[in-house]
Design a protein around this ligand. Sequence first.
Ligand code: SF4
Length: 335
Amino acid sequence: MTTGTDGRVDEAAGGRDEAPGTEQAPRAEQASGVEQGPRVVGSLSPSRAGDFMTCPLLYRFRVIDKIPEKPSPAAVRGTLVHAVLERLFDRPAAERTAAAALELLGPQWERLLAAEPELATMFAEGEAGEAERDGWLEQARRMLERYFTMEDPRRLEPAERELFVETVLESGLKLRGFIDRVDVAPSGDVRIVDYKTGAAPRADFEARALFQMKFYALVLWRLHGRVPRLLQLMYLGNGEILRYEPDEADLRATERKVEALWQAIRRAMDTGEWRPRTSRLCDWCDHKVRCPQFGGTPPPLPVLAGGAGEGGGAGGAVPVVAVTADSDGPEYDDL
Ligand code: SF4
């Protein structure tokens, strides 16, 4: 599914993903002509890293098999709310009011729908479907109204919105993703802001929520040499804000974690073993029908041209997939 240029869904669907294969790292040194970066051996976004941590088989279905998924009303609503908040900052500061945000909602929904007509299938035809869609839009409205209880956008001037970032670690692993908003203080301190359209997680799930933010902080640190001062998750589902001040040790630990994850992904690629890991998220998984944990059978692994080439690994009897991009699959980290 792709939903245009404003939201997260099209990022996930491949429009913003690079093709598999090796390439030179697009580093600052390279841009300045001083030095070329390491050879890229793979890439990872926070969403796909999260998929693998949630369930390696889910990662396989999304990234290796590239099996399309039905548009999810919750994910599309997240895309819609993100698009409205991004557009809101196009307005002069004094005009960034709740009324202005709500005015943007209908036209943004029409834009998403025009770009991806299949989004209409989220709702049944007829009166029942219309009522369902109205309720869905009403929830988006409430999230936007709640946003204004959390901060005043008239007093903010973001440095960046929907910022695409990428960097290549010394190992050749490319980290990439889109940051909702970057604020820079006159002192140069950087705040990374991410909007979530779900409710704040319980304390024991906070580390998971912060992983994505530390991932982005790591990328910015590697790019600019300065550790972002604050990571801020804004939960529009219940109005809570989670803030965290990272330090270098945090970001080094995040780098080790990301590298370890990539090694685990590579092992799964080499062996063809993508283990299912059940959790409450299975209730929302589009792939239950082909999941062995629920009586299904995964399709045979695809064998891409190039076999055990750049991303594939050892090969042998197990089909090897030469995937180095973390492409495809829906973006659920807004939930
Ligand atoms: S149903 Fe659960 S265990 Fe099966 S692939 Fe989906 S998330 Fe993984």
